[in-house]
Design a protein around this ligand. Sequence first.
Ligand SMILES: Cc1cc2nc3c(=O)[nH]c(=O)nc-3n(C[C@H](O)[C@H](O)[C@H](O)COP(=O)(O)O)c2cc1C
Length: 241
Amino acid sequence: MKVLALNATYRTNGTTTSLVNKALEGAETAGAQTEHLLLKDYDIRYCTNCLKCYGDLESDIAPCTHDDDVTFILEKIKDADGVLLGSPVHMGFVTGLMYVFMERVCFRLARPTGEIFGLKGCPEPRLTDKARACASIVTAGWVPEEMRQYCDQGTEWLKENVPMLFNGEFVVDQYAAAYFPHELTDDEWKRAFFLRKLTESQHQEAFELGKTLAARIAQGSVRPFDAAAAMEACEQSANKA
Ligand SMILES: Cc1cc2nc3c(=O)[nH]c(=O)nc-3n(C[C@H](O)[C@H](O)[C@H](O)COP(=O)(O)O)c2cc1C
């Protein structure tokens, strides 16, 4: 059982990396073999909308005009049974790096032959060989958990898109809000990002997240992407809005 972490932080030893490492420790205790890739260490170029991938309806990993490291990472995803996505919250969303990577994944791992809400030509998974368990960890600078909805639009976006891209089910997610070791002074608030810490309970939550992810894979209970369920979730979120 293989769990792959794709981490879109810009800091090798920052908070996202610390929690992702903890989650992978948890996955290992549940029997997983793990790998942690920092996307910033790879050559990942912008999609140019050349449509080479979009035009290929056969391949399980569609070709691309860029000759960079994305194919290597997509092969890792194909091989994995579970994928954990890590990202700091930047401007209320995932980092630009995560977004650029996902744009590149889009039609390379999905083909435009599906149908949603009666609309033909919607993307559907190419990697239908197995169902992959998906999870995310996002870290934030100062917005506490109870205000997550105003800060973290990235997790919902990942939940909407990743099951279709990786042909799987989103199993669990974590939002790790800032924790400050003492009441900050007005002056300290100006440097709040430098002062934030992670708590032991956030590390514990990450550890449990990894265990849950691996346990679901081991149970064989991960469902492949289900367009009808995705439509239902879409309708529910539209009704909420
Ligand atoms: C450009 C930028 C934008 C940010 N935007 C937000 C934000 O919208 N909300 C928030 O709570 N934190 C924000 N942060 C803080 C980061 O989410 C926080 O420091 C995070 O823990 C960094 O993760 P890292 O330690 O892996 O780098 C931002 C940081 C940067 C550099």
